[in-house]
Design a protein around this ligand. Structure first.
Ligand SMILES: [Zn+2]
Length: 292
């Protein structure tokens, strides 16, 4: 589909033809309506049809009346998880009884695994490379040399780029997203180094869908950070990374109108489990604002 994922600048986005997008969507809906439900193989929907940066339509069984409900359910589950996590944090801070903390933490984990299972099933159905090719080997991703771990303090966190300005924010609405924008965009030049915001393990390196070349890192607190639209990937699946370690170079791969970094924080590796990224970074004492 011609729907754009991310624009480098609101002015660029404003130029996009909403009418053309609507016409394409109508065509897709017509095409799907002509086929009996369940008859569309997962691979039949081109990767480009999934507007990355939002819950992929395929995660809800392609574009169907169910997609809104699926998206709403996932959003509710994400909020419930965040509330459960806040409760655990509060109990720990108040030095509550260990059994109360344990029970609250178990509830948090149960919420996450339920969401994880549902999103993984949706991602597989949609042919999302995160689910079907997590190492990116089939997609022939543009891997660079392995990056080295920097000399850094053990528990520090950092911004994912050094010089940037903030473009589309979390939950922004736009004609090019199926629902709302699920990450924070950092406007950077093509080829700008992109850094892991904290230490963790590389769990996903994929390419070829709307997110382009992307890396997902799992951190010790259980959250995943996603770095999308890269021009080069300098880490491999399973590699341990430190805060500030270069994981690749920015680019304009996937559905974009210009080079930028799409940064996302998720509860699971799958689209649909994103949380607001800037408050999450602030909890790690990382403040991001436009650099001059
Ligand atoms: Zn984005």
């Amino acid at each position: 589909m011609g729907r754009e994922h991310h624009a480098r600048h609101p002015r660029t986005r404003a130029r996009l033809s909403a009418a053309a997008g609507s016409a394409l969507l109508a065509l897709l809906l017509l095409a799907l309506a002509a086929v009996p439900a369940g008859a569309v193989p997962a691979g039949a929907v081109p990767a480009g049809a999934v507007p990355a940066g939002a819950v992929p339509a395929g995660a809800a069984g392609h574009v169907s009346p169910r997609s809104g409900g699926f998206h709403d359910d996932a959003a509710r589950a994400v909020r419930a998880y965040e509330q459960a996590r806040e409760r655990v944090d509060r109990l720990r801070e108040a030095e509550a009884l260990p059994t109360r903390i344990h029970d609250a933490d178990r509830r948090r984990k149960t919420l996450r695994s339920g969401l994880w299972d549902r999103l993984r099933a949706g991602a597989r159905e949609a042919g999302d490379p995160v689910a079907v090719d997590p190492s990116g080997r089939q997609g022939h991703c543009p891997f660079g040399e392995h990056s080295r771990r920097p000399e850094s303090r053990a528990h520090s966190w950092t911004a994912p780029a050094h010089r940037y300005w903030l473009s589309a924010g979390y939950a922004a609405r736009g004609s090019h997203w199926a629902h709302r924008h699920t990450g924070q965009d950092f406007a950077v030049d093509h080829g700008t180094p992109v850094y892991a915001v904290g230490s963790g393990v590389v769990r996903i390196t994929t390419c070829g869908d709307g997110f382009g070349n992307q890396v997902l890192v799992r951190h010790r607190d259980g959250y995943f950070t996603q770095y999308a639209h890269l021009s080069r990937i300098d880490v491999r699946r399973g590699q341990r990374v430190s805060a500030g370690q270069r994981i690749g170079l920015s680019g304009a791969s996937g559905n974009v109108t210009g080079p930028h970094l799409h940064f996302e924080v998720r509860i699971t590796p799958y689209a649909g489990s994103a949380v607001p990224p800037l408050p999450w970074l602030r909890r790690k004492e990382v403040r991001v604002s436009d650099t001059p």
